[in-house]
Design a protein around this ligand. Structure first.
Ligand SMILES: Cc1cc2nc3c(=O)[nH]c(=O)nc-3n(C[C@H](O)[C@H](O)[C@H](O)COP(=O)(O)OP(=O)(O)OC[C@H]3O[C@@H](n4cnc5c(N)ncnc54)[C@H](O)[C@@H]3O)c2cc1C
Length: 452
């Protein structure tokens, strides 16, 4: 197997680093014979989690075979490079969908386990890990360990959300969820301020399987936090009419467009984002009763535009995603939104979700509470100090920042946010004492064996 030196970045296009990239074709080549390494799926984490500056990066993408799928039980076993898009296209025609999905389908199943990703249904179904029955871990000493909640359970929970630092996540066994159709029944509702959006996310219709709010983060004063809350559930046969009912598990593929060039730096500013937010709030909030949308438009609206990250220009952007526990979330989110709106550094996309129970992953992000995700273009010098200020609010309120989105958190702030870090480090020291599994994120945050 030969390698190539390449400039790589995550989805936020910041930072960009030189790495030695390997692209194995076979499962047993995922583990390099020598040297330290970082695994990489589809590179859809935003920052430096799948980067290894001046070191080895091993791509999963071609190690993507389906091994077993039962259309009766919905149990699926695949190699780690299989993408969520591939899973949906193979399994949905049999009436099985992903139990949990992030906002893009262009991610690998290995990357989803490593980040223990969450979706719009976390408040009721938990994170990706909840549906993972087992995975194989290829460890630094060459072993292939089968990890489940009962077998090698310590490693199971250190790897779930462990950002690829305990070993290679090999074959993954996932329990899919039964659906009657490929369609979603969706409702939109305006929430005029932060109090109402919190209430709408907490106490919606018990039938809702998914719930998320888009926030106008330029709104201030009594409008602070005004949002459109979107709730949905998988459509049932009696929600469908005409040809949809005849072929409930089929939707026409969407036409894909490409953003052909980097937007100039001035294109996204508080004026253009303000106009967008105003129109979006008016249009989406005014939609009438429930509508039926195909799963692709509902879950993956951004996937319709390839390279949409070019919208943020050459310097890229940072996604800041934090979660605050239920009892401090309201005050904390108000402080964060006020700080943001004062800074006149608007976020093009601001999304608020309610999260449910933790998965048990020692470094997993979700906790019961509310999570806010902001896309902030890297422009001028003020952004990173502003995010440090937001970190201080998050720490004070007992919350944390999401590693799969992070590119700039300090090791000190990280330590305050992840109380089970020492337990994780003890396991890392045992399973990978020479630190064969590393990444730029791991070095930045001190995710290294105690004596490594
Ligand atoms: C548009 C968009 C929307 C998103 N929405 C959400 C969301 O709603 N919820 C959410 O939780 N996340 C979300 N994400 C983040 C994304 O789901 C995660 O970052 C996911 O981990 C990316 O998967 P990937 O295959 O691209 O992994 P990569 O980015 O390539 O890698 C992510 C991590 O996984 C590790 N890894 C990958 N494969 C393996 C393996 N086989 N063994 C060991 N470690 C491995 C890498 O080392 C790295 O630490 C979103 C991302 C985008 C771009």
């Amino acid at each position: 197997m030969r390698s190539r030196r390449m400039s790589l970045s995550g989805w936020g296009r910041f930072p960009v680093q030189e790495c030695e990239v390997w692209r194995p074709e076979r499962y047993h080549d995922l583990m390099l014979r020598e040297g330290a390494m970082t695994l990489r799926g589809q590179g859809r984490s935003y920052g430096d989690a799948a980067l290894n500056e001046n070191g080895n990066v091993v791509l999963n993408a071609r190690v993507n075979r389906f091994i077993e799928f039962s259309p009766d039980t919905g149990l699926l076993r695949t190699e780690p490079g299989v993408t969520l898009e591939e899973i949906v296209s193979v399994c949905l025609p049999h009436g099985w969908f992903l139990p949990v999905t992030p906002g893009t389908k262009y991610v690998s199943i290995g990357g989803c386990v490593a980040a223990d990703v969450h979706g719009k249904n976390h408040f009721r179904d938990g994170s990706f890990g909840a549906a993972v029955q087992a995975f194989e871990l290829l460890t630094a000493d060459g072993a292939r360990l089968s990890c489940t909640r009962d077998n090698n359970s310590e490693l199971f929970f250190a790897t779930l959300g462990g950002m690829g630092l305990t070993g290679v996540i090999g074959e993954v066994t996932l329990q899919l969820r039964r659906v009657e159709s490929a369609w979603m029944k969706v409702r939109q509702k305006k929430s005029p301020d932060l109090e109402r959006v919190f209430a709408d996310l907490a106490d919606g219709d018990p039938e809702d399987e998914y719930r998320v709010a888009w926030i106008d983060c330029l709104a201030r004063g009594r409008h602070l936090g005004r949002s459109v809350t979107m709730s949905a559930r998988h459509a049932r046969m009696d929600d469908l009419s005409g040809t949809r009912r005849g072929q409930p598990l089929v939707v026409a593929p969407r036409r894909k467009r490409t953003l052909p060039f980097n937007f100039p730096g001035w294109a996204l500013n508080s004026l253009s984002i303000g106009v967008f937010n105003h129109l979006y709030y008016a249009r989406e909030g005014a939609r009438g009763g429930p509508s039926v949308s195909d799963y692709d438009r509902y879950f993956y609206p951004l996937d319709a535009i390839a390279h949409w990250n070019r919208m943020y220009g050459k310097r890229g952007f940072v996604q800041y995603q934090c979660v605050l526990p239920s009892d401090t979330a309201f005050d904390g989110m108000r402080e964060i939104l006020e700080r943001l709106s004062r800074s006149r550094r608007p976020s093009f996309l601001a999304v608020l979700k309610r999260l449910g129970e933790e998965s048990g992953g020692l470094l997993s992000f979700p906790m019961p509470g509310y999570t806010l995700a902001l896309d902030l273009p890297l422009r001028g010098r003020g952004l990173l100090p502003l995010l440090d200020e937001l970190d201080r609010i998050v720490i004070e309120k007992g919350g944390r920042v999401y590693l799969a989105k992070d590119a700039r958190l300090s090791a000190e702030a990280f330590r305050h946010m992840y109380p089970r870090l020492d337990d994780w480090l003890a396991i890392k020291g045992r399973i990978d004492p020479d630190n064969r599994f590393t990444s730029s994120l791991a070095r930045r945050l001190g995710l290294e064996p105690p004596h490594g």
